[in-house]
Design a protein around this ligand. Structure first.
Ligand SMILES: [Zn+2]
Ligand SMILES: [Zn+2]
Length: 436
């Protein structure tokens, strides 16, 4: 008989029936590993530190996972540990990374090399993930992370984790193939097929075949049953559409904003607008793009922080206002008042913040633009596979058993599957431990 402690166990700590806050633990013998560590978001609650998140049940508490010094109320026990442990991030989105700075320094943190580069760049002004607590006394704005090459395997004691790149709108996103002595488990992270990296997602599917267990995201099933949502347009088509709008409106002022972690979309946009308009970024974004993609871009000086960019690339707002139709200016959510200089213009909102009308800042932002007589064009495509594509992914991987998470209706993912997964699917609850 195999003792239960020698069996692979999986704990779905959080993020099972919500979009956000994913935390999964896999344990085998003296090793345990975690996947993702974001918090749930509640606008009503002001978060000052880790204690606020734990007290308000916005993140899961696990002995040994957090840094004792991140808590000022002595809520964290960090002298509890396994012989081998590690934390893996699938990608940079905050619902998967925001607690990274509160993790126990004894636990090594891994993500893809691209994700590491992006996370470190985005954290430059200490406004991306939650900042260190006063007592942590750590240097910089983000804790140490180990970058891993796509395809590489990291061994944590008796568990192996392979990084496989997938298509998603967060730069460097990966899915994972996890192996213990007798079990193969695959985890999609966040995934889609309609971006620039379908081939990568297909490669993940190939690696994940013959899994005993597949853990899949089901974001699209939060809003629709199988087949009820429309197919998403591809990233390439989206870029084409944006370029078309810009070419068609030669003489109008045009503003835009994008999601800061989507480095691939902005890269393609920069490439496709060469010779058409001069792109000017906020200094923060120009900095992050320089760090991640190595591109030197025009920027407008930031008032609060010196990013030490090349002075020759700084553009004055006055120059842009004088030659409106030569430029394409990024305005971030807090820069909306700049709209007053661009009356009669167009604003292209491509998955930028505020993201949607569920965000209380969304309507005021849009109203302001309307007041300046600026036409808003929402031009976007989802980072997540629509329901039919999720169904395609699970059918093609065809695991022995399917766990569905990261969805408001994770049960729909397998209940709607046309045949095969009704009896093999399960949507675990937050905190549930399953012996495999
Ligand atoms: Zn994501
Ligand atoms: Zn996510």
């Amino acid at each position: 008989m195999v003792e239960s402690k020698d069996r692979t166990r999986i704990v779905f700590h959080k993020g099972t029936h919500t979009i956000g806050g994913t935390l999964i633990e896999i344990k085998y013998k003296k090793s345990r590993i975690f996947f993702d560590l974001g918090a749930l978001f509640n606008r009503e609650i002001v978060i000052k530190d880790l204690d606020d998140l734990i007290e308000n049940n916005l993140c899961a508490y696990v002995d040994g996972l957090y840094d004792k010094n991140a808590s000022s109320k002595d809520m964290v026990k960090d002298d509890y540990y396994y012989e081998n442990e590690a934390l893996f991030f699938s990608h940079i989105h905050l619902d998967h990374t925001s607690l990274i700075n509160y993790t126990n320094p004894k636990i090594k943190v891994y993500c893809s090399k691209d994700s590491k580069k992006a996370l470190e760049a985005l954290s430059i002004n200490n406004k991306f993930v939650y900042p260190f607590s006063k007592n942590q006394k750590l240097e910089g704005y983000i804790r140490n992370i180990e970058g891993v090459d796509y395809g590489d395997i990291v061994k944590i004691g008796d568990i192996e984790v392979q990084f496989i790149r997938v298509d998603h709108d967060g730069f460097g996103a990966c899915g994972f193939i996890i192996k213990t002595f007798d079990k193969k488990i695959s985890y999609t992270g966040d995934i889609r097929l309609h971006g620039f990296r379908r081939k990568d997602s297909e490669n993940f599917i190939k690696h994940a075949q013959n899994s005993d267990y597949l853990i899949t995201e089901g974001v699209s099933f939060s809003f629709n049953r199988l087949g009820e949502d429309e197919a998403e347009i591809g990233e390439a088509e989206l870029i084409e559409n944006i370029v078309k709008v810009i070419k068609k409106n030669k003489n109008r002022p045009i503003l835009f904003n994008y999601y800061q972690g989507n480095f691939e979309r902005i890269k393609k946009l920069i490439e496709n607008l060469r010779g058409i308009r001069k792109l000017v970024f906020s200094e923060y974004n120009a900095y992050t793009i320089k760090k991640v993609l190595g591109l030197n871009l025009y920027y407008i000086k930031d008032r609060d922080y010196d990013y030490k960019l090349d002075k020759d690339l700084e553009i004055n707002l006055d120059d842009i206002v004088k030659n409106k139709s030569s430029y394409l200016l990024q305005i971030r959510k807090d820069d909306v008042d700049l709209g007053e200089f661009f009356e009669g213009g167009i604003y292209i909102h491509t998955d930028a913040e505020p993201l949607g009308d569920y965000d209380p800042e969304y309507m005021p932002f849009m109203k302001k633009l309307e007041k300046f007589n600026i036409k808003v064009l929402i031009m976007k495509t989802s980072g997540h596979a629509p329901t039919e594509d999720i169904n395609y992914i699970i059918e093609k991987i065809n695991p022995k058993k399917l766990f569905t998470i990261h969805s408001k209706n994770p049960e729909w993912v397998y209940n709607d599957s046309r045949s095969r997964f009704k009896d093999r699917g399960y949507a675990p609850y937050d905190g549930e431990e399953i012996i495999l």
